[in-house]
Design a binder for this molecule. Structure first.
Ligand code: AMP
Length: 275
């Protein structure tokens, strides 16, 4: 497994690893890797001959109010996991390599980037879209694997790739969950024991609401009931919304996506499920 920290070395390694018609699948991450990320790596393995994983905690996608320095990091553990997962290239640029002095170009997305995470964290998707576009360009990925865990992010990336005619295929991967239903997340390790025990109430409450809506209950009333249940248990929900899966506009009937974000102590839990 090659560990690459500068762009020249990445370009050389990419050219060698993908000689002939070998395709490259990229899994972009911010590190602190867990089972969810490793499932994406396995999907990348199945999709292309060469697998690259990027680890970059992107300052552009954190708001000033969020603590970038508090984001979990575990370089040694991550590299050991990637080695066992059969990753070929690890791309770990530092901040000046990704954004050299004078860097002034940003990718601005409307449409699915508006509302929800885009409303709570105004600069977030500009940072995500910018870094992912750069990662696609740096690695010349043929395929990039993204988790459905971050549903809105996945729709934003699909939009960017379509709008900028980027020659990369986006491969979505279902959310990987812990045994108790909580979606795997690097931020879960910031939960205290009592919060960790309470956290699976979020997916359980979402499931109850979806079951009721499928059985014919009015979505607005069900979502209000779910939000009250979460608030009563000690969560601070930011939103619970049923939307059109690709555009994130209000649900019109047919396939839908239930999006949820709720704070529990100092951690923001994000989840989503299909209707
Ligand atoms: P992150 O390191 O949190 O930026 O996530 C990197 C990639 O892993 C993104 O495409 C996420 O959607 C994906 N991911 C994170 N958690 C999960 C999960 N529990 N199941 C599936 N994919 C995930």
């Amino acid at each position: 497994m090659l560990i690459l920290r500068d762009l020249q070395a990445l370009r050389r390694a990419r050219a060698e690893a993908c000689a002939g018609a070998r395709r490259l699948a990229l899994v972009p991450t911010m590190g602190a890797l867990h089972q969810g990320h490793l499932a994406l790596v396995a999907a990348a393995r199945a999709a292309a001959e060469t697998v690259a994983v990027s680890i970059f905690v992107n300052p552009l996608q954190f708001n000033p109010a969020e603590d970038l320095s508090r984001y979990p990091r575990d370089e040694e553990g991550d590299l050991a996991k990637l080695e066992s997962a059969g990753c070929d290239l690890v791309w770990m640029p530092d901040v000046p390599t990704m954004y050299p002095p004078g860097s002034a170009t940003r990718i601005e997305v409307a449409g699915p980037a508006q509302g929800y995470e885009g409303a709570v964290r105004p600069e977030h998707f500009r940072g995500v879209a910018t870094v992912c576009t750069k990662l696609f360009s740096q690695t010349q990925a043929d395929v990039a694997v993204f988790g459905e865990k971050d549903w809105q992010q996945l729709q934003v990336i699909n939009r960017v790739v379509a709008d900028l005619d980027l020659p990369v295929r986006i491969l979505p991967h279902p959310t990987v969950r812990e045994g108790d239903g909580l979606a795997c997340s690097s931020r879960n390790q910031l939960l205290g024991p009592a919060e960790r025990a309470l956290a699976p109430l979020l997916p359980r409450t979402m499931q109850v609401a979806l079951d009721a809506i499928r059985a014919g209950a009015a979505p607005a009333a069900e979502l209000a009931r779910a939000e009250a249940r979460l608030r009563g248990a000690g969560f601070a929900p930011d939103y619970l919304a049923l939307v059109e899966p690709a555009t994130l506009t209000p649900w019109q009937g047919g396939p839908g996506r239930l999006l949820a974000a709720a704070r529990l102590g100092a951690v923001r839990l994000l989840d989503n499920m299909a209707l």
